[in-house]
Design a protein around this ligand. Sequence first.
Ligand SMILES: *Cc1c(COP(=O)(O)O)cnc(C)c1O
Length: 415
Amino acid sequence: MSYERVRKADPAVADALVAERERQNDTLAMIASENHVSEAVLQAQRSELTNKYAEGYPGARYYGGCEHADTVEQLAIDRARELWGADHVNVQPHSGTQANMAVYLSMLDPGDRILSLELEDGGHLSHGHPANFTGQTYTVEQYQVDPETGYIDYEGLRERAEAFDPDIVVSGYSAYPREVEWERIQAAADAADAYHLADIAHITGLVAAGVHSSPVGVADFVTGSTHKTIRAGRGGIIMCEESYADDIDSAVFPGAQGGPLMHNIAGKAVGFAEALEPSFETYAEQVTTNAQVLAERLQDHGFSLVSGGTDNHLVLVDLRESHPDTTGKDVETALEDVGIVLNANTVPGETRSAFNPSGIRIGTPALTTRGFDETAIREVTDLIARVVDSPEDNETTQSVGARVDELTDAFPLYT
Ligand SMILES: *Cc1c(COP(=O)(O)O)cnc(C)c1O
């Protein structure tokens, strides 16, 4: 895809777009929430559907001229239902946060109670953080991971649910390396007679491929993002039983949003079609295999991992034991300088701050999309370890940076 027309109209933006493509090509994306969509998804997302108002739903719109928008949205819905086995699907949420907002809007009144995982332990802003509308609109209590094991404290969650009497229990996380036991969370929600929202934003692709157990059919509502492991471009999605369908649909529109981003919905439709191909299962399996290799190799290098390993696409490193004087931000910065991009993250029992936490989160979805296998991931892990051990040593950072260049050339991305 060339940006020559953008360049004519707006050279400054064209420069930034070209530079961003080069940045993605020339660096290793290990941010666990990121991925690289196919050229087909990119092309669908830049279609003329960006011009179209399609408030409403397929077959029942508030505007004329929606026949092609209807085709696209219905395809996205049908494919999502097949991918996740859901009764009802809404593909219009602009983002994962918007999807969660619609669930809360449909089922809760202001002041109602949300029980969710602590942000510091791997939760998400849209699960009740004071800086988010959820924390400002609802009454929030939080459950934790067991500080010893790093696993969700399911017993503690159940006790908290019985004591707090929430209206909704939220599961699904941003920085949790282990398989979630949906039924145990459902049991806690049942004990409090509460709804259960399972937010699978990070693991949509792993769940679709059957690599992670599914909350569909267990939780009342399942929300997700479409740009993380499922690789269908930026956006959100909601799944539920037919009995909640009308409430959810009207909470998305007109409750939380106006016109849907039809060009993004086209991207979702194409990405979902790709995910229905058998090769997607192979991809998802490789994502988790690569994460396990990453985890084992990090441990070989002396790093301590929250929960001691991973079942999914990410690992969470607690630097405090192996590198007590190094913060997550130090590592994030040092690695970015050599072309490895990941993020600093809080760890359970955080003793620093959210801005300069004690951990790093590392994910394998994007590198796996580029074709990285176990051998390549092992080498990347060795590069990470070298930089974390000697961030100030120029010889190390230069040789690691040169090797990153070779690896990005060997696994080309966008042309
Ligand atoms: C990424 C994520 C979301 C979605 O966030 P948006 O940036 O709003 O798309 C929602 N919930 C969890 C748990 C996430 O990790």
